[in-house]
Design a protein around this ligand. Structure first.
Ligand SMILES: CC(=O)SCCNC(=O)CCNC(=O)[C@H](O)C(C)(C)COP(=O)(O)OP(=O)(O)OC[C@H]1O[C@@H](n2cnc3c(N)ncnc32)[C@H](O)[C@@H]1OP(=O)(O)O
Ligand SMILES: N[C@@H](CCO)C(=O)O
Length: 384
């Protein structure tokens, strides 16, 4: 049976305007009270699917996106655009869509179709500063509602990297009887002090933008400079010193003179850029074109909140209760989510587990750029 609902297929409204929906679908999850007490009278969960759900409803695989990711994991007949894990998902690929019914939900609080700060409140204006604090656990509860709606009786697997890995781990701890296997890539059991610190700098970059207006900026200019600065800080942590050095070194950007400048009011202002500065400017501009600053804050704070042990007697106690089969992986050069943090999960889960290393000189983003290295383990360990 195919339980993919056909309702609301079309363009999706978000703060960034109307964008083509492709294969995007939406589900009205109803009212929702968030873990820290906030409440929304109606929550929409946007998602894409691949493959067909079987009669038993137990061949489902959930793929969870990272911080700025979306539902478009891979191309499909209805949306041929290349996705962010194109090599892992599709017919004959490690997550074989001729066997598995794959669901990729957009996280609540974001800006890719699920309800977020840029969505309209009942008064017709964007939620903005009124949008509730979201946790990874909130997202998992809403994803469970979506799966129930679709007729999924058991998740064969849930996989994700970085914030997607946090969601996968939270799934295994929150719904142990519902999850058969899970894959956590480039993510630990709880956000570390350093991850919180980098996250805070990004959030403050946006909040301190003169256009932020407490989060209610939708009628005027958006805090794009702040979002761009947040992306620069984040992107540096997603890559390595070695990659940046090899790729850009101290080279100037084209004909620009990084040591040159113009005289402004008696003060010297440097205008020429190094290549690496131009690269970060480009990364910042790309994100400001596709992401809502409030959504960035909401998801960054959700990731900061990540702690699988919260309310469960701590990380060790929480992981001891997990019964699903794990696949743990880390990028060998990741300087944000260190392989040791994946090893901690492996050590605390029941049974013997190893951490599979993705080899990449890129760092954290290696779980996206070199994901194909996990293909064989995904098939074997997760039984896909
Ligand atoms: C439209 C959407 O909805 S996208 C939503 C999906 N997004 C996600 O899932 C987020 C996860 N993805 C990512 O974070 C990234 O895409 C990654 C990590 C997978 C790859 O990162 P990329 O930015 O593509 O790779 P990379 O670091 O090589 O940067 C390439 C870009 O830098 C540009 N660049 C390289 N050198 C320079 C320079 N000196 N000056 C300026 N720009 C430069 C390239 O021209 C290229 O630009 P383009 O992306 O506009 O084509
Ligand atoms: N670069 C990715 C990974 C973050 O963990 C993103 O923007 O989502």
């Amino acid at each position: 049976m195919s339980l993919v609902p056909e309702e609301k297929v079309g363009a999706v409204e978000n703060d960034l305007g109307t964008r083509p929906a492709g294969a995007l679908r939406t589900y009205d999850a109803g009212p929702f009270t968030f873990e820290t007490g906030g409440h929304l009278p109606a929550v929409t969960v946007a998602y894409e699917t691949w493959g067909e759900l079987n009669t038993a409803g137990d061949n489902a695989v959930l793929v969870a996106h990272a911080l700025t990711g979306d539902t478009h994991v891979a191309s499909s007949p209805t949306d041929p655009a290349i996705g962010w894990w194109e090599g892992l998902l599709g017919e004959g690929r490690p997550i074989d869509t001729s066997r598995w019914f794959v669901i990729a939900p957009a996280m609540v609080g974001g800006c890719y179709g699920s309800t977020g700060p840029g969505s309209a409140a009942p008064d017709g204006t964007p939620w903005g500063s009124r949008f509730p604090f979201v946790t990874i656990r909130d997202s998992v509860h809403l994803e469970k509602r979506l799966l129930d709606h679709l007729g999924v009786t058991r998740l064969h697997s849930v996989v994700g990297g970085s914030m997607g890995g946090a969601r996968a781990l939270e799934w295994a701890a929150t719904y142990p009887e519902f999850v058969r296997s899970f894959g956590v890539f480039a993510c630990g059991a709880a956000s570390t002090a350093e991850q919180i610190a980098f996250g805070q700098a990004q959030v403050l970059a946006i909040r301190n933008d003169p256009h932020f207006n407490g989060g209610d900026y939708y009628a005027g200019p958006h805090p794009e400079a702040g979002l761009g600065l947040a992306r620069r800080i984040a992107h540096i942590t997603y890559r390595t010193e070695a990659e940046l050095g090899l790729r850009f070194g101290r080279a100037p950007q084209g004909a620009e003179n990084p040591l040159g400048g113009t005289e402004l009011a008696g003060r010297r202002r440097r205008t020429g850029r190094y290549q690496v500065e131009s690269y970060l400017d480009h990364q910042a501009a790309k994100l400001t074109q596709r992401f809502d600053p409030n959504a960035y804050i909401t998801l960054a704070e959700a990731l900061i909140s990540h702690d699988v042990g919260r309310g469960r007697g701590g990380v060790a106690a929480a992981l001891a209760q997990v019964s699903a089969v794990p696949l743990l992986a880390a990028v060998d050069t990741d300087r944000l989510y260190f392989p040791e943090q994946s090893q901690q999960i492996a050590d605390l889960l029941p049974g013997e587990h190893q951490v599979h290393l993705i080899t990449s000189h890129i760092g954290h983003d290696g779980f996206l750029t070199s994901a194909e290295q996990l293909g064989r383990q995904i098939r074997v360990t997760l039984g896909l």
